[in-house]
Design a protein around this ligand. Sequence first.
Ligand code: EZ4
Ligand code: CO
Length: 402
Amino acid sequence: MKITSAKIIVSCPGRNFVTLKIYTDSGISGLGDATLNGREKAVVTCLEQYCIPALIGKDPRNTEDIWHYFYLGVYWKRGAVTMTAISAIDMALWDIKGKALNTPLYNLIGGKSRDKILVYSHANGKDIQEAVENVGAEMEKGFRAVRLQAGIPGISGTYGVAKEGKPYEPAEKGLPREDTWDTSKYLNIIPGLFEKTREIYGEDIHLLHDVHHRCKPVEAARIAKELEPSHLFWLEDPVSGELQEGLRMIRQHSTTPVAIGEVFNTIYDYTTLFTEQLIDYIRMPLAHGGGITHLLKVAAMASVYKIHTGFHGATDLSPVSMAAALHFNTAINNFGIQEYMPHQEVVNEVFHINYHFKDGYMVINDTPGTGIDIDEKKAAKYPYERASLPVNRKTDGTMFYW
Ligand code: EZ4
Ligand code: CO
């Protein structure tokens, strides 16, 4: 079998998605998600100019060799743009492999460890009261795990909190919006949010919280410690992962489980975190962390250190990513939980999805490969629109770093 061509489909059904489609001489094609929120066109260029020309003529079944060809062949290893391009290629090749063997992806990587995938949804509100009410709404929908974020009084536009009842969407059209951030105000609010939530709903719901890398180690240790009585499922991205050592202080002070890595892209971002058992969940998704080939290795190493997966699953990952993740989660033993932020209805016009939500879990069909399809005519109806994630300044105007 040989790769004959590849095409990139950029579409904006409500938000931007980049999809790689690889064609072969056997008539089988495969799909990979190449979406990198706010940097979509950089990945398009990387694929178009550098990767696709080198793919033509290769045997698509050689996923391991092709992964290493692109990882090593670039010389400038790693980085979000390069790794997203490699991830998309890898995902598409595993899709082709599954279709060629007429079997769902999960069968190629271990078969079924489970029939359904535990997912968590998002609840947020402009203040504690609204946020707490929205946890109840998610529980009514059947979710058994909910990520909870609340607006912070005195801070305009808290990241992770929807505006005026709209569904939460991290990127906004145009150039980055500038928000204000004040960590001390944030630290004062969050423990009370969870205390109130537990008071109302009890212990029979998993609660998660995302810090979005906003704390220094000592602040993260404080919030993790103060949240201990609320028994979180996890505290996400408590500090930025640029310094893996930064996670040590949190561990020294609290038993709140920690998840990190939605912005990581290789196993080398995790080595200290694994060997010192500084975290409990890996967030690095298939679309940014080197695809199935690399995440299988990351998950295997994590399992040695009793660490589970908890893949990123925000709306800026396309349904192609979600389907691939559900196969992956079906197969591996050390799966923990999957983030599930439902896409807008219009996304289903473009992507024909093969999974559904039921009673707190996702179920994936056993169509061969990843089993997802794209309607290119519909995709063309929604041209790319520039969108950006916000940046933050402290109340005195300084760019917020930590
Ligand atoms: O900020 O997907 O856990 N989920 C998150 C997301 C991310 C966006 C970035 O593109 O933190 O909301
Ligand atoms: Co996050």
